[in-house]
Design a protein around this ligand. Structure first.
Ligand code: BGC
Length: 634
C-alpha cells in the first residue's frame, strides 16, 4: 500500500518534471523556428564594403549577404501591398518591396501626398539593421495613373497603333520622371502579352498581337523608363510581364470563377511558345530589363509560378537572365496544396520575389520552416536574394539622393507628349464621304453625341485612379474629346452636345454629326466579354444623331476591336481612338488635319465571333477579318 502511495507520488513528480522539460524543449524549438533564427546575428563593421559606391555590384552584394540572417533574406523576397503592412514592419522584417495595387492611393491623392506616403515606407527600410532600401512599385501602365493630376498617356494598344518606338521611349521616360518624383522606383510595365482573343479584358494593355512589334515597343519602353539620371543611377525599374504565353489563353479556361479567359490556360506547344510568346521577352532582356513578372495563366495544367522549366531552365538558364523573377498578385497561392506547399513550389521553380501581397509574417515563417526542413535549399534562397540585391545595387538604390518634385514645366512637356501620342495612335477605318479632315475656316455647326464624348474617365480607361477606372470629369488637368474639339476648332465652329443624341426639336437637319461612343472602363478578368460591341445606349445615340445630321462620323473609344459588322455600313466615317487618356485634344488635332492619320491597327479587327481567336493574323474559321492587322487609311 505504502509502496503504491510512494510510487504514485514518485510517478507524479517524475511525470511533472518530464512534462515540464518537454514543454520547455517544445517552446525553445517553437521560438527558435518562428521568432529567432538559429544562426547568430552576424556582427556588422562600422564601415562595411557594401556601403561603398566605388565597389563593384557583385562585391557589394556578397559583402551585404554575409551579414544577413535567414529571416532578413526571406524578408527581401517579400513584396507586400501598401494597405496590408504597417510602416514599422518594413524595418522590423527587412521587407524587400512594397506596392500600391491600382487604386491604393494616399488620402491626399496628389504628387505631394504620394511623395510623403512612399517616403514613409522608404525611411522605414533605411532604418532596418542593414539599411537595405525597399523598391516601391506601381502599375504605371499608361503613366503614373493613380495620381490625380498625372499625365495619362494612351493605353498600350494605342501605342501599338502608332508603331513609333521613339515616341514610346520618350513617354516611358516621362512616366519614369513622374514616378521618381514621388519616390516610386518600380513600374509593373511594359506588358508584353499578345492577345489572340479580343474578348479578353486585358487586350488594351498589350501593344499588339505581333511579336515583332511588341518586342520593338517593349524594348523602347524599358530603355525609356530605365534611362540613367544625372546621378548616374537608373530612374525606375521596368518589368517585362506577363511571362509566358499570356494572351494565348483559351476562352472558358479561367481558374477564377468570376472570369472567362483571364487567368486561363495557354494550350500551345513549346515550339509555339518559343516562336511567338518568348520573342518579346528576348528583346526585353536585350534591352536590359531587370525584372520579369510571372503571369497568372497556366501552361497546360501548370500555373506559371510553378513552371520550373520555363522560369529556371529557360529564362535564367538558357536566356541567361540575371535579374529577378517576381510573381503576380497572389499568384503563388494559386498553386494548389495550401500556402506552405505553394510557397515551396514557387520558390523552387524559380520565383525570387513573391507578390504576396497580404500576409508577410506567415510567408516568412513558412519559408523559414521550409529551409530548416530542407524543402527549399539554402542555395535557392541565396540565389534569389543575390538577384534582388544585385538589381537594387545596379539601379543605384543604395546610393540614391532624393529626386526633386516634378516642376510645372515638366508636367506641361509630358502633356504635350501625350497629346502627340494620341494623334499618332488614331486609326482611320473608313472615310467614304471624304469627310475628314474637317474644315475650321468657315462658320459651321456640328452636333456631338455619345457616352465617351465628354468623359475623361471613359477615355482614360481602367488603371486610372482606381483599378477599374472612374467615371466623369473630375480628374484635374485633363481634356475631354469634346473640349478638345472646341479648343482646336476655334471660334468659327459651334458644337451642340447631347449625350443621348436628342437635340431641340424643330432645328434643321445639319451636315455633320460626330458620335463618340465606346466601352466603359474595365480591368483584367472583369473586362472578359463574350460579345464586345457597342452598348444599346450608344447605338441609340448614333441612331438619333443620324436623324438630325446628313453625314455621321463615328469615333470609337475602346480597349479592343468591337464587333460592328452589322452597323458600319451606316456610318460614313469611322475613327478608332483606343483609350487616349488625359489629352482629348489630340483627337481633334487629327480630325481637323493639324496632323494626318498615321496609325494602323495593331491587331486584326474581327468581323464576327466565329473568327475568334485570331492566331498569327489567321481567323479561327478562315474567313477574312473586317480589317487586317496594320490596316489604316491615310
Ligand atoms: C496584375 C498585374 C499587376 C499586379 C499588381 C495583378 O492583378 O495581373 O499585371 O502588375 O496586379 O497590381
Amino acid at each position: 500500500m505504502s509502496k503504491n502511495i510512494f510510487s504514485r507520488f514518485y510517478c507524479n513528480r517524475v511525470c511533472v518534471v518530464i512534462g515540464g522539460l518537454a514543454l520547455i524543449l517544445i517552446m525553445i524549438l517553437f521560438f527558435d523556428t518562428y521568432f529567432f533564427s538559429s544562426e547568430k546575428i552576424p556582427s556588422l563593421p562600422d564601415d562595411p564594403l557594401y556601403k561603398d559606391p566605388q565597389a563593384s555590384v557583385e562585391d557589394r552584394v556578397t559583402d551585404l549577404m554575409s551579414y544577413m540572417t535567414l529571416d532578413e533574406k526571406i524578408g527581401q523576397m517579400a513584396l507586400v501591398e501598401n494597405k496590408s503592412v504597417v510602416v514599422e514592419d518594413v524595418r522590423k522584417y527587412a521587407l524587400g518591396a512594397i506596392l500600391s495595387g491600382s487604386g491604393s492611393n494616399p488620402e491626399q491623392n496628389s504628387f505631394e501626398g504620394w511623395r510623403s506616403m512612399v517616403q514613409g515606407f522608404t525611411s522605414s527600410s533605411h532604418e532596418s539593421r542593414l539599411g537595405i532600401p525597399i523598391l516601391y512599385g506601381v502599375d504605371a501602365i499608361h503613366g503614373h495613373g493613380n495620381v490625380l493630376g498625372a499625365t495619362l498617356f494612351p493605353h498600350a494598344i494605342g501605342l501599338g497603333a502608332s508603331g513609333n518606338e521613339s515616341l514610346v521611349y520618350e513617354l516611358a521616360e516621362a512616366t519614369g520622371e513622374e514616378l521618381i518624383s514621388t519616390g516610386v522606383t518600380w513600374s509593373y510595365s511594359p506588358t508584353l502579352d499578345m492577345p489572340e482573343d479580343v474578348r479578353w479584358g486585358r487586350t488594351y494593355e498589350s501593344f499588339s498581337d505581333d511579336p515583332v512589334l511588341v518586342g520593338r515597343l517593349g524594348a523602347a519602353y524599358i530603355q525609356g523608363v530605365q534611362v540613367a539620371n544625372e546621378h548616374g543611377t537608373s530612374k525606375v525599374l521596368a518589368t517585362a510581364k506577363h511571362f509566358l504565353g499570356a494572351g494565348g489563353m483559351q476562352w472558358n479556361t479561367s481558374s477564377n470563377k468570376n472570369f472567362s479567359i483571364d487567368q486561363g490556360a495557354t494550350p500551345v506547344d513549346e515550339t509555339k511558345l518559343r516562336n511567338t510568346y518568348l520573342l518579346p521577352f528576348k528583346d526585353a532582356l536585350d534591352a536590359d530589363v531587370h525584372t520579369v513578372m510571372v503571369g497568372l495563366n497556366s501552361w497546360g495544367e501548370t500555373k506559371l509560378a510553378a513552371e520550373h522549366y520555363l522560369l529556371t531552365d529557360l529564362l535564367k538558364g538558357e536566356l541567361g537572365f540575371e535579374g529577378f523573377v517576381v510573381s503576380d498578385w497572389y499568384g503563388v497561392y494559386e498553386i494548389p496544396g495550401g500556402e506552405y506547399r505553394a510557397a515551396v513550389t514557387a520558390i523552387r521553380a524559380g520565383v525570387d520575389m513573391v507578390m504576396l501581397p497580404f500576409d508577410y509574417k506567415s510567408f516568412i515563417g513558412n519559408v523559414h520552416r521550409a529551409v530548416q526542413q530542407g524543402e527549399i535549399p539554402m542555395e535557392r534562397i541565396d540565389d534569389a536574394v543575390r538577384r534582388i540585391l544585385r538589381v537594387k545595387f545596379a539601379m543605384g538604390l543604395f546610393d540614391a539622393t532624393s529626386t526633386p518634385p516634378l516642376s510645372d514645366e515638366d508636367l506641361f512637356e509630358h502633356k504635350t507628349l501625350a497629346r502627340q501620342a494620341v494623334r499618332e495612335s488614331l486609326v482611320l477605318l473608313k472615310n467614304s464621304e471624304g469627310l475628314l479632315p474637317l474644315d475650321r475656316s468657315a462658320s459651321s455647326t456640328i452636333r456631338v453625341t455619345g457616352s465617351a464624348a465628354n468623359n475623361v474617365g471613359i477615355q482614360a480607361g481602367a488603371w486610372t485612379v482606381a483599378w477599374q477606372g472612374v467615371d466623369g470629369n473630375w480628374i484635374p488637368k485633363a481634356t475631354t474629346i469634346l473640349q478638345g474639339l472646341q479648343e482646336v476648332a476655334g471660334p468659327n465652329v459651334t458644337f451642340e452636345f447631347s449625350e443621348d443624341g436628342t437635340y431641340e426639336e424643330g432645328n434643321p437637319v445639319i451636315d455633320v454629326g460626330i458620335a463618340v461612343v465606346g466601352e466603359k472602363p474595365y480591368a483584367e478578368g472583369w473586362g472578359d466579354n463574350p460579345y464586345p460591341t457597342l452598348s444599346e445606349v450608344d447605338i441609340r445615340a448614333i441612331e438619333n444623331l443620324k436623324k438630325v445630321c446628313v453625314r455621321v462620323i463615328v469615333i470609337l473609344v475602346t480597349g479592343r476591336p468591337l464587333l460592328i459588322s452589322d452597323a458600319i455600313d451606316d456610318w460614313d466615317t469611322v475613327v478608332v481612338t483606343w483609350l487616349p487618356g488625359s489629352e482629348g485634344a489630340g483627337v481633334a488635332d487629327v480630325l481637323y488635319g493639324v496632323q494626318p492619320f498615321t496609325g494602323s491597327l495593331p491587331l486584326p479587327w474581327p468581323a464576327h465571333i466565329g473568327q475568334l481567336p485570331v492566331v498569327g493574323g489567321k481567323t479561327k474559321d478562315g474567313t477574312p477579318p473586317l480589317f487586317p492587322r496594320y490596316f489604316g487609311l491615310r
